[in-house]
Design a protein around this ligand. Structure first.
Ligand code: ATP
Length: 325
């Protein structure tokens, strides 16, 4: 079978075509297409309840789609291709009474890795996560964040080509979030394909090269982060005043180049109209004797694009609990 092509011509690691899933009258995912290129770090973004976990579960065969198809590594998903995937589920769960080493060795065996091979990998990863001395602790004795690290190790022990992480950063303190980000960056450098879900857009902006935004079960947009920003975002002006000055805000607001102004004391953020020229804004401020610390064109954040696009998405009327009769 011919390998599915990702946008830009590369091979696709994951292809979902028209996948749909309903729970009773609630349509959680409404026929989504998703192409994750090999080697991409791909963020699946969306507000709570958007359908991210349901999409990932269909991809992994935990849920069967009502419609649509799933391909992994160039072929329809099989048990063998799933063995080349590592999955960190959203609801963390491990055998709490087992020792960390035993639990990890068990994970590895489920994926066909012999205890002899897994033992050295487990040591390497425990060291990497600063848990080198916790191998003989019971899982339940570890803090939640450390349990999450152990579970991530379990996801990686069979050295999967595709790593799927559902909300990997949730529940972690900033230091541990950084550890997870570093590991994702290492996996990316090693050529792995990484797909992770998050509702914290800022995390995806830093970590991902591709994103897909879904809302209320529908795809809102997808593509390379740089392309998404170019196509969907309005450029901004970052203006820092020497001191809060109402006249400056009025000048920026009055400019025909500017669509919207956000103001926080002496810091202004102006959203430019498409194709706008920032120079007249600068000239007007300087001409009025306003003293500036900073005047800079900046690209839009993914968060801004996300908020603008998702704000208009009407919630499903069937968002209520499904009634079973
Ligand atoms: P979050 O960020 O909150 O985890 P999500 O984007 O992962 O959200 P899903 O967990 O996929 O969203 O849920 C999508 C919708 O489907 C939600 O309205 C949820 O209540 C519903 N849903 C998910 N699983 C089930 C289920 N097993 N039975 C009934 N409804 C479900």
């Amino acid at each position: 079978m011919a390998e599915a092509r990702a946008p830009g011509g590369g091979e696709a690691a994951i292809v979902l075509r028209g996948v749909r899933k309903a729970f009773g009258s609630l349509v959680a995912v409404r026929g989504i297409d998703l192409v994750v290129p090999r080697g991409a770090t791909y963020g699946l973004l969306g507000p709570n309840g958007a359908g991210k976990t349901t999409t990932l579960r269909m991809l992994l065969g935990i849920l069967e789609p009502d419609a649509g198809t799933v391909e992994l590594l160039g072929s329809p998903r099989t048990a063998a291709s799933l063995d080349r995937v590592g999955y960190l589920p959203e609801e963390r769960g491990m055998y709490r009474r087992m020792t960390v080493r035993r639990a990890l060795s068990f994970f590895a065996e489920l994926k066909g890795v012999s205890p002899r091979v897994s033992a050295s990998r487990i040591s390497k990863w425990l060291e990497r996560f600063g848990l080198g001395d916790r191998g003989e602790s019971r899982v339940q004795e570890l803090s939640k964040g450390n349990q999450q690290k152990v579970q991530l190790i379990g996801t990686l022990l069979h050295e999967p080509e595709i790593v799927v992480l559902d909300e990997p950063f949730s529940g972690l303190d900033p230091l541990n979030q950084q550890v997870f980000k570093d590991v994702i960056a290492e996996l990316r450098a090693a050529g792995k394909t990484i797909l992770f879900s998050t509702h914290i857009i800022e995390q995806a902006e830093r970590a991902c090269d591709h994103v897909c935004i879904i809302a209320a079960g529908d795809k809102v947009l997808d593509g390379r982060v740089a392309d998404v920003k170019r196509e969907h975002g309005s450029e901004n002006l970052a203006i820092d005043l020497e001191e809060p000055t109402p006249a400056a805000v009025a000048i920026v607001r009055a400019s025909s180049e500017v669509r919207e102004v956000r103001e926080d004391g002496a810091v202004l953020e102006a959203v430019l109209n498409p194709g706008a020229d920032a120079q007249p804004v600068l000239a007007a401020l300087v001409g009025a004797g306003i003293r500036l610390r900073r005047f800079e064109r900046v690209e839009p954040s993914l968060e801004q694009i996300f908020v603008e696009l998702v704000r208009d998405t009407t919630p499903r009327t069937a968002e209520k609990e499904v009634a079973h009769v």
